[in-house]
Design a protein around this ligand. Structure first.
Ligand code: IMP
Ligand code: MG
Length: 185
């Protein structure tokens, strides 16, 4: 598995230190507010687990399962929700936590659906990584761990074809691993 990684972008320790600071930012923003953290599964699993444990505020934790990649390395453009019911966030402040902001389609779709069907008081977005690229949806993240170049990364929750999520660092996958398979499944 480690042989499949071209180079490491962020080591475990670097991620830990950055999340310490990010958690302080989130804590300052939500102090005194009722809020719900919604982790976007499966990619945000590791990040959200580390983040919420550093936020010393009463919060509710929920998750949403969506998919937009369907196994490839390019966003398919279709966002599918696995659950029929949304988390109960009526009148509450919501912090959506995701692994990465790429085209923005996933977070845009989640925000739209929550606003239309779940009547939250507010929605903010927190991502571990933000790719430097033109986004399909104009969408800003409110809390960002690291800005990265537009390349395919894995580890610390991020996958390629459901693999590599358990790597403790974030790294760039060797192109030969996905070459010939770049179209979504
Ligand atoms: P978006 O809808 O294009 O912004 O894609 C967001 C989702 O695609 C993220 O939640 C990830 O699950 C996945 N994704 C985007 N870029 C990468 C990457 O470089 N590696 C692994 N997954 C990615
Ligand atoms: Mg994801």
């Amino acid at each position: 598995m480690l042989d499949d990684i071209e180079r490491i972008l962020f080591q475990e320790q670097t991620i830990r230190e950055r999340i310490d600071a990010l958690a302080r930012e989130v804590t300052d923003a939500y102090r005194g507010k009722e809020f719900v953290v919604i982790a976007v599964m499966n990619g945000a699993l590791v990040f959200a687990a580390d983040l919420v444990r550093r936020i010393p505020l009463p919060l509710r934790l929920d998750c949403l399962s969506v998919a937009s990649y369907h196994g490839g390395v390019e966003s398919s453009g279709f966002v599918t929700f696995d659950q029929l019911t949304l988390p109960d966030v009526k009148g509450r402040h919501v912090l959506i936590v995701d692994d990465i902001l790429d085209t923005g389609r996933t977070l845009h779709a989640i925000g739209e659906r929550l606003r239309a069907e779940a009547a939250p008081e507010s929605i903010q977005i927190c991502v571990l990584l933000r790719k430097d690229k033109q986004r399909a949806e104009s969408l800003e993240a409110d809390f960002v761990g690291f800005d990265i170049r537009d390349e395919f990364v894995v580890g610390y929750g991020l996958d390629y074809a459901e693999r590599y999520r358990n790597l403790p660092f974030v790294g760039v996958l060797r192109t030969e691993i996905f070459s010939g398979r770049s179209a979504p499944d």
